[in-house]
Write a new protein. Structure first.
Length: 303
């Protein structure tokens, strides 16, 4: 039994005549008769009775007609939706929290100006969760700051970034021209949550130099960390992009260090088997414009 069987049956039921149903469906009357017989054999029930050369639908036929009408309608809706979607490309973009907070909305806005017919979905979480989504095919591509551990994922550096030590203007370390990592011993810190690429990066440096800090705030929200810096005299290590406006207007101070290891890159990540669609290629081209910001050039490259 197929959708074609149901379409022919519905037309016979509507017209009450096999000849008229055949005419409307542009098929032969014997084909209609055979289809009705196949349906009756399939269900083991009569669908029509012929009395005085007229067709009368049986009670079983009426029940089948009710279901068949719904099934054919749903099938037609399915076909229309799927065919319509063939003309619409969807792009699911993941981003770690730093990228999502500072850059993602600008990147997606520019992407829509170039590819207005592409639907985008954005997912923002720490690097660990974004990696998991990529591996489960819940995302097409992602931009992250943390380390990707799966060998099934391909990473490409796309945007320059610096991790910077931050404090408010009243903190004692803000008065120093430059510090070493050992000046951070026992200092109070507000840090990102476990799974954050920024936190993982900093913890590796602390472990390498055997420096102990006091972790007094742990948050996935950069707003929480910002308040901890401004109101509770905490230090934090974050991407220079995170509080760019506060740094420019002087609310948050960058503590200069002698560590060159604090330079890193945001990375474009996708599964090794992922087909590079036109949307993904367009996104990669847009990201080239964000490689190095004027703000970072002023603070680092010219110094």
């Amino acid at each position: 039994m197929t959708i074609r069987h149901l379409r022919i049956f519905i037309e016979v039921a509507r017209t009450g005549k096999m000849s008229l149903a055949a005419q409307r469906l542009f098929i032969s009357q014997p084909t209609v008769s055979q289809t009705i017989r196949e349906l009756e054999d399939h269900y083991g029930q009569k669908l029509f009775e012929r009395l005085s050369k007229k067709l009368y639908i049986t009670s079983f036929g009426k029940e089948l007609l009710s279901y068949a009408t719904q099934v054919v309608e749903q099938f037609d809706n399915l076909e229309k939706t799927m065919n319509d979607n063939l003309h619409i490309e969807n792009l699911r973009i993941g981003a770690s929290v730093t990228v999502g907070t500072c850059l993602l909305s600008k990147i997606i806005k520019e992407f829509h100006s170039v590819a207005p017919r592409v639907n985008t979905y954005a997912y923002v979480n720490n690097t660990t969760m974004v990696e998991k989504k990529l591996l489960e095919s819940d995302l097409d591509i992602a931009i992250v700051e943390g380390e990707i551990h799966s060998q099934d994922l391909v990473t490409t550096p796309v945007i320059d970034d610096y991790l910077v030590l931050l404090c408010n203007n009243n903190h004692p370390l803000s008065k120093k021209e430059k510090i070493t990592l050992y000046d951070l011993e026992n200092q109070r810190f507000a840090m990102r949550e476990d799974g954050s690429g920024t936190r993982e990066f900093f913890e590796q440096i602390l472990q390498k130099y055997k420096v102990q800090i006091q972790l007094v705030y742990e948050a996935s929200s950069t707003d929480t960390i910002r308040r901890a810096i401004l109101d509770d005299d905490c230090l934090s290590l974050l991407s220079i992009h995170t509080f760019e406006e506060d740094i420019i207007c002087g609310k948050i101070h960058i503590i200069k260090t002698d560590l060159n290891t604090l330079k890193r890159s945001f990375k474009l990540v996708h599964h090794k088997d992922k087909i590079m669609t036109p949307s993904i290629i367009t996104l990669k081209e847009i990201l080239k414009k964000y490689k190095t910001s004027d703000f970072m050039k002023d603070l680092y490259i010219k110094k």
